[in-house]
Design a protein around this ligand. Structure first.
Ligand code: SAH
Length: 256
């Protein structure tokens, strides 16, 4: 049995209780060493075999998994954040399907949630935007034409850029060329929830310089959009005094 587990964004106490239990019980852990906090490995039992997948290719990961499974061992495949985002889990699941090895998934706190927490930020402010776009700029993995920054930025939603910190200059240029104004607020969080977390907020026009000042080139999220300013929004109707909900009678409620 293989358990895909979301490790959370970094802090070892941000894994789920279920994820921690699976780590404690695992005979084999294959973890994404480039981004998973190694402190999480202290939850493993002494006899657990531990592999860093940043040094392995897909075939090697599957080979280790296959061998462990044939010895009836329990395997945890530990991915950073939540495995459903840029986790390359589908290709592993397809190989496991071919081998008839069972698996399940335990979600984790994605880094885009860790980054919002670091900035005390609500991404979906009424009156500003009600949507979050999770995306990236092209790298080794191309982005489909209809999802280019130039297209997505038209929505005015909060945009969270993964895997893009290495080209802040390109990101800024492309956003500005597509009509996003230079004074649009941005947030950058490096290693959200880790001990060496760093963060900044700035205008889009100064994004590359501010990131360079902080020496941020990777392991960071860039958040762009008017919601980043966390001002000028409308209060939610949910908690408005005059608003009646299924749970609470508002001041405008008619007596029955
Ligand atoms: N599945 C992961 C994302 C993996 S892709 C998740 O849900 O968070 C790797 C990218 O995620 C990095 O390049 C970076 O952009 C982002 N990332 C991962 N952990 C991060 C963290 N703690 N702080 C900021 N960005 C992080």
């Amino acid at each position: 049995m293989v358990h895909f587990v979301g490790a959370g964004p970094g802090a070892p106490d941000l894994i789920t209780l279920r994820g921690k239990k699976l780590l404690e019980e695992a005979d084999v852990i294959i973890y994404a060493g480039s981004l998973v906090n190694p402190a999480l490995l202290s939850y493993a039992k002494e006899s657990c075999e531990i592999y860093d997948s940043s040094r392995l290719n897909l075939e090697e990961v599957i080979e280790i998994t296959k061998k462990a499974d044939s010895d009836s061992k329990t395997i945890v495949r530990l991915h950073t954040g939540d495995p459903c985002l840029y986790g390359a889990i589908r290709e592993q699941m397809d190989e496991l399907d071919k081998l008839k090895i069972a698996y399940d998934v335990t979600p984790g706190v994605s880094s885009f949630c860790g980054a919002a927490a670091a900035l005390n930020m609500e991404y979906t402010l009424p009156g500003i935007t009600q949507s979050v776009i999770i995306t990236r700029i092209d790298g080794r993995t191309p982005v489909p034409e209809s999802e280019k920054v130039e297209e997505l930025s038209k929505h005015g939603a909060t945009m969270v850029f993964f895997l893009s910190a290495g080209d802040a200059e390109g990101l800024k240029r492309r956003l500005i060329d597509s009509g996003v104004t230079g004074d649009t607020p941005c947030g950058v969080v490096y290693k959200a929830t880790w001990e060496d977390e760093d963060k900044l907020t700035c205008k889009l026009s100064e994004l590359p310089e501010r990131m360079a000042e902080h020496g941020i080139k990777k392991t960071a999220l860039i958040i762009v959009g008017n919601a980043v300013a966390q001002s000028g929004y409308e209060k939610s109707r949910l908690y408005a005094a005059d608003f009646t909900t299924g749970y609470r009678k508002g001041t405008d409620a008619k007596e029955d």
